[in-house]
Design a protein around this ligand. Structure first.
Ligand code: NAP
Length: 309
């Protein structure tokens, strides 16, 4: 790994991180972006993105991520495909330890996003990839013509259920309340889909398996009744947990574990900014993450000017 001090290190290559990298490099800052998987982060799991402006026919998340990365590289951003193992954010310069060595940067933009929340019931971890999944857009095709269930009632669960209803024989939606939290746009098509059946006021009590998932036992949270559903696949879509393990002892977090940062993206540490899904914010979308990226690069530039010149 190069023995030099970057102006800016961006940790995470989702839309927030990639936009920060575009703005920082375009402003002439020596910028490195470190991402352990592929460009785009969580959005690579989305088959069709219709609410990011500029794409009248929509675009898949993988392509959008690749385009964003190409933009950053065009202005000279260095992109490393490595895992970040530790961050020392109070050091000056700040130190980023990766699986390929250490690097230093005067400012850090944290764009680590959020990971899928698990149900936490026995057998769940062992059945991942054997019928249990967290990304319908990634794995739904394996269940073409089969019977699946989606757990959750938010936008992700509704989008997943709608997507699966087009390729699966039958889709159950298992939700712990009697209404969806999802935006209205999903309600009507879901309610009208003949192969979608709602299991309201229900939680997954047990996973049934013989090497791979064969079904679930659901429990009615009001009456306590139990019912067995025979399934080929179960998609757990119950929200996300912010990826803050690297910073939880250094940055202030809210009660849900998100990095406390307002619209300036500034955290409690000077020269450290948080963008996208990892920070406290009202709406977690690609477009709000990209906006954060631009803002963070702006304030990183301001910080570098004031602290180092
Ligand atoms: P979310 O909005 O937090 O919804 C999570 C859902 O899972 C809720 O219905 C919740 O139930 C349920 N849930 C949580 N923990 C559970 C548990 N342990 N057992 C059973 N059910 C549980 O999360 P999300 O749907 O992943 O969305 C995250 C963000 O991305 C949101 O801001 C959302 O608007 C955005 N998003 C937008 C789109 C879009 O098309 N615009 C698509 C996907 C995501 P309760 O309702 O009872 O709390």
């Amino acid at each position: 790994m190069v023995d030099k001090i970057y102006d800016v290190a961006v940790v995470g290559g989702g839309p927030g991180g990639l936009t920060a990298a575009i703005y920082a490099t375009r402003a002439g800052l020596d910028t490195v972006l470190i991402e352990k998987l592929s460009a785009g982060g969580q959005m690579t799991e989305t088959a069709q993105i219709d609410n990011y402006p500029g794409f009248p026919e929509g675009i898949d998340g993988f392509s959008l991520g690749a385009h964003m990365q190409q933009g950053a590289v065009r202005f000279g951003c260095e992109v490393l495909q490595n895992e970040v193992l530790a961050l020392s954010l109070t050091d000056s310069p700040k130190v980023i330890k990766t699986d390929a060595g250490e690097l230093s940067a005067r400012a850090v933009i944290l764009a680590t996003g959020a990971t899928h929340r698990h149900l936490g019931i026995p057998g769940e971890e062992a059945l991942i990839g054997r019928g249990v999944g967290y990304c319908a857009a990634c794995d739904g095709m394996f269940f073409r013509g089969k019977t699946v269930a989606v757990v959750g009632g938010g936008n992700s669960a509704a989008a997943d259920a709608l997507y699966l209803s087009r390729i699966c024989k039958k889709v159950y939606v298992i939700h712990r309340r009697d209404t969806l939290r999802a935006t209205k746009i999903y309600h009507e098509p879901l309610m009208h889909a003949e192969n979608v059946e709602f299991k309201w006021n229900s939680t997954v009590a047990e996973l049934l398996a013989e090497n791979k998932l064969t079904g679930v036992v659901i429990e009615n949270v009001q009456k306590g009744d139990r019912e067995t559903l025979a399934l080929d696949g179960l998609f757990i879509s119950i929200g996300r947990t912010p990826a803050t393990d690297l910073v939880k002892d250094q940055l202030s977090l809210d009660q849900n574990g998100y990095v406390i940062a307002d619209e300036t993206t500034k955290t409690n540490l000077a020269g450290v900014f948080a963008v996208g899904d990892v920070r406290t914010k009202a709406l977690r979308q690609i477009v709000t993450a990209t906006a954060d990226g631009a803002v963070a690069a702006h304030f990183a530039e301001e910080y570098l000017t004031q602290a180092y010149e």
